[in-house]
Each structure stands twice: as C-alpha cells, then as structure tokens.
Write a protein that binds this ligand. Structure first.
Ligand code: FO1
Length: 308
C-alpha cells in the first residue's frame, strides 16, 4: 500500500505515473483541500479535481486543470451579464461543481462525494480529502490585507509578496475517515512534488496528520517541487523564500526534515545532494520532470525504490 500526500498538478502527474507501476487499488492519495473555494454558490475543490481528472486521462493538457476539450459558453454568457469570470469554469467542469455542491447540500461528506466522483470517472486509486471539515488557505499580502488562495493564485496571478500564510479552520478540522490509517499502514508514504507551503502545508496542518507522518519518517519519501532553484509551475519558490527558507532542494529538505527521510531531486541539483544530506535527509538524484506518463512512471519507480 502506498499513501501519497498530494496537491495539484505535480502530484496529479506523479500519481498518473504511479498507477503504471502499482495497482491503483494499492494507492491512497490524501489530497489538499486548502485551495477549495466557494464561488457562484458552488463548492469548488481544485486539487481533488486536478488529481481526479488527471487520473481519468481527462485533464486539460494545456492548463493542467479543468477538462480537456472544454467549451466556455457559460463563462461567455456570464461575462456578458457582468458576472464573476476571473476564475475560469468550463461547461463540463461546471457539472463536477454542481454535482459536488448538490451532494454536500444533501449532507454527504466531501470524502463521500469524492468517492462517488472517482467511481464515475473510473479512477481506481482511493482519493481522500485530508479533511471533510472546512479548511481554507489564507495569505496575508505585504499591503496588509488577506486573500483566499484562489484570489492569490488566479486573480492576482500570485504576483504579490506574501507575509504570512494560514490555514483557516485547521485547528477545528479532523482528518477525514481513512487518512490516519492510510499514513500508518502504508508500506511507503510519498510526499508528491506539490507546493510545500500552500499544498502540503495545509495537509500537515490538520491535527494528527503531522504526528502520524513523523511516526513514519523512515518510510516517507518526498519529491522536490523545486528544480535548479525554481518551481516548475506556480509560486513554490517565492513562497519558500517568503517563509524564510531558501528556494532550493536544500530549502525543501529543511522544510520537510521533520517528516521525510528521503528527498528525490532532479539531476540538475545533483551537486546539492551533500547539502541535502547535511539536513539529515537522504538524497536520491533522478530525472523529476514529468513531461509525459512514461517519465512520471519512471519517477514513481525511483520514489518507490528510494525508501531507506
Ligand atoms: N488556475 C488558473 O490559473 N486560472 C483559472 O482560471 C483556473 C480555474 C480553475 C477552475 C477549476 C479548477 O479545478 C482549477 C482551476 N485553476 C485555475 C487551477 C487552480 O487555481 C488550482 O488551485 C491550482 O492549480 C493550484 O493547485
């Protein structure tokens, strides 16, 4: 059994590779919900949907989110009405949000709805939200006002300095059913190449999860989302620096050291392997750029062989 902590695009790609190497039924993904947002009266769970769509081979390959072959008639009509259109919701993607919102209104938990959606999309791995409770990543900008994750990431294009990140609701949140058991019983725990601050951070912030991970440190392997000092996509590099860590595989090792015993870094960072190991984290060097499923599968093999 493999348990993977997952955020959005990078995690989805690694998981898509992993199902080529491990039976999907042997994989549990514990997915970040701090990116979730309420818009147009809909509950939208971007990281859950990105993992779901990617594993269903239905992801929009250009953007890494939303559905392939999407149409945008609703957004075009909404724009003519002067509605909120900075967060692009395709016509088919909207069905997912309508379904999820309706089921939540009927009293289903986020985990139950995720299970139903995974079944409908034919996704064989077990997808778990880290919590069924409200959890929202909030970022305080250096002009003093605080925004939600999607406002930061999409509306502001994350082109603004951040002073603090907090996970609203974390202190009252409980791990979703199955999460702690999945961490405790896994042969290997994988921290996917997601943003350490705003994708893996919220997962660790749910009470009980960080301790459960620390107890499995010897069997936990992370893949660095930073390659040659930069994030492949998104603001992971800047956020690490803004949180006082260096934007490098050494900064990632330092961030993850309490929970992770092995860090897989790209060949571009081979020279930094000794500095990673100086953080008390074993370093494995391998190609980590997942430009297609075959490369993602190769990386998944490295991760699963990397356990100390
Ligand atoms: N990311 C964008 O940069 N622009 C968008 O308009 C956008 C819409 C969107 C709709 C549904 C969804 O599931 C994800 C969406 N994303 C969009 C990605 C989203 O911001 C994710 O949170 C990021 O990929 C980070 O995980």
């Amino acid at each position: 059994m493999i348990t993977a902590l997952a955020g959005g695009v990078g995690a989805a790609r690694l998981l898509r590779g992993m199902v080529e190497v491990v039976a999907p039924g042997d994989i549990t993904a514990v997915v970040n919900v701090g990116d979730d947002t309420d818009l147009h009266g809909l509950h939208i769970s971007p990281d859950l949907d990105t993992v779901l769509y990617t594993l269903a081979d239905a992801i929009n390959p250009e953007t890494g989110w939303g559905l392939a072959g999407e149409t945008w008639r609703v957004m075009e009509s909404l724009s003519r009405l002067g509605g909120v259109t900075w967060f692009n919701l395709g016509d088919r993607d909207l069905a997912t949000h309508l379904y999820r919102t309706q089921r939540l209104a009927e009293g289903a938990t986020l985990g139950a709805v995720t299970d139903e959606l995974a079944g409908r999309f034919g996704v064989g791995i077990r997808l778990l939200p880290v919590t069924d409770d409200p959890l929202r990543t909030r970022l305080e900008l250096d002009d003093g006002h605080e925004v939600g994750f999607q406002e930061y990431f999409v509306k502001l294009r994350h082109a603004v300095p951040v002073t603090t990140v907090r996970f609203a609701g974390a202190e009252d949140a409980c791990p979703a059913p199955g999460v702690l058991a999945a961490v405790a019983s896994a042969e290997t725990v994988v921290v996917c190449p997601s943003n350490p601050v705003v994708s893996i951070g919220p997962v660790l912030a749910v009470p009980g999860v960080a301790d459960a991970l620390a107890a499995r440190r010897a069997d936990t392997v992370a893949v660095s989302p930073i390659v040659a000092g930069a994030a492949l996509k998104g603001p992971a590099d800047r956020l690490l620096v803004e949180m006082g860590f260096e934007s490098s595989v050494v900064g990632v090792a330092r961030w993850y050291a309490p929970w992770v015993s092995t860090l897989v870094v790209d060949e571009a960072d081979a020279a930094l392997a000794p500095a990673v190991e100086a953080e008390g984290v074993r370093c494995v060097v391998a190609p980590t750029i997942m430009s297609d499923v075959a490369r993602a599968a190769a990386l998944a093999r490295v991760v699963l062989d990397a356990r100390g």
